[in-house]
Design a protein around this ligand. Structure first.
Ligand code: 5AD
Length: 345
């Protein structure tokens, strides 16, 4: 796909051509990663964060947020629930929290891998080489870190630097790859200041990085953040990427076309924006993964990256039952096994 073609698709209005794009993405998804929907139990381990990302409710300066960190036993119980529901892996996600020490995370990963038997994906921010190596050694096999935008000026504007800590997420992804992780990344769609041209670059970067996993969701405004308070003015109409659902579906379908083998979730942010339909339309337009939340309810309500998070008030059991029914209605089956990247020979 040329850059002009990609840009053309990003700008394509609702209509028959767009429907054909979605069908093409769905077909390619079926051919390359199959009908199974891999289920990853999401464990929101801690909402402490030292970063100051301008869009995120969990940013350090947000004093209004009650902070928590699950104990190892609480996280293991959540992983056991995931295993009971038949999920093949768990994703351990948190803010960038130095309180999650090398040893703590290593123990948790070992417990989940060796005692519960599930594959482990980590999403803990930018951590040291020593930590990344130790966690890989302990048995974590995948790592998620969204680069959010490939536009260096926009990236810098929304990710204030912390003295002494690296901020180059793209370099970090390459490092994760060298440590032997499957790598996942992605962007928010519709960040104020994000142009169509930069979103096209983001999509090509997914391809250049040969991502194993791609996470895409709408930017959702959080009132307690600089971006939510209008710190960056949107670009002129026709240049600024809108943050509506249609735009996310387009990006999702295009990500599938550019990276046919990638595992791509229908994200919680998409479900938050478009209700239950969001997940289903995502699955019909290129996605093949869902990350059902297994975090204990008191904690998941506090993990407030953006307001109104879908499933915030549900138990893991309720999420599971809902999912089972909806997948059956879609004619898709829950995945078996860890559901890693499936490489063509
Ligand atoms: N709206 C949508 N997504 C957000 N994220 C963080 N803040 C927001 C927001 N306000 C996404 C980021 C991050 C992921 C865990 O959640 O892309 O990488």
């Amino acid at each position: 796909m040329t850059r002009e073609e990609l840009l053309g698709w990003l700008l394509e209005p609702e209509g028959a051509r767009l429907t054909a794009l979605y069908e093409q993405a769905d077909r390619l998804r079926r051919e390359r990663v199959g009908e199974e929907v891999h289920l990853r139990g999401l464990i929101e381990l801690s909402n402490h964060c030292i970063r100051q990302c301008a869009y995120c409710g969990m940013r350090a300066p947000n004093r209004g947020m009650r902070r928590y960190r699950l104990t190892c036993d609480e996280a293991l119980a959540a992983a056991r629930a995931a295993q009971r529901f038949g999920y093949g892996s768990v994703v351990i996600q948190a803010g960038e929290d130095p309180g999650l020490t090398l040893d703590f995370v290593s123990e948790l990963v070992k417990g989940i891998r060796d005692e519960i038997g599930l594959a482990v994906t980590l999403s803990l921010g930018m951590r040291s080489d020593e930590e990344l190596a130790a966690w890989r050694e302990a048995g974590a096999s995948r790592y998620l870190l969204r680069f959010e935008t490939s536009d260096p000026a926009l990236f810098a504007a929304i990710h204030p630097a912390i003295p002494g800590r690296p901020t180059d997420r793209i370099e970090h992804l390459r490092r994760l790859r060298r440590f032997g992780y499957e790598i996942g990344s992605g962007v928010m769609v519709g960040i104020p200041g994000q142009s169509y041209a930069s979103l096209a670059d983001d999509l090509f970067l997914f391809q250049a990085l040969d991502l194993d996993m791609i996470g895409l969701g709408p930017y959702l405004s959080h009132p307690e953040t600089p971006l939510g308070q209008g710190a960056i003015a949107p670009l002129p109409e026709g240049v600024q990427v809108p943050h509506g659902a249609q735009m996310v579906y387009k990006a999702l379908a295009l990500a599938r076309l550019l990276c046919p083998e990638a595992n791509i979730p229908a994200t919680t942010a998409l479900a938050t924006l478009s209700g239950a339909d969001g997940r289903e339309l995502g699955l019909a337009r290129g996605a093949n993964v869902i990350m059902p939340n297994v975090t204990p309810p008191q904690a998941r309500a506090l993990y407030e990256i953006y307001p109104g998070k879908a499933g915030k008030a549900e138990t893991a059991e309720e999420t599971f039952n809902w999912l089972r029914t909806r997948l059956a209605a879609l004619g898709r089956s829950p995945g078996h096994g860890p559901g890693g990247r499936h490489r063509a020979d």
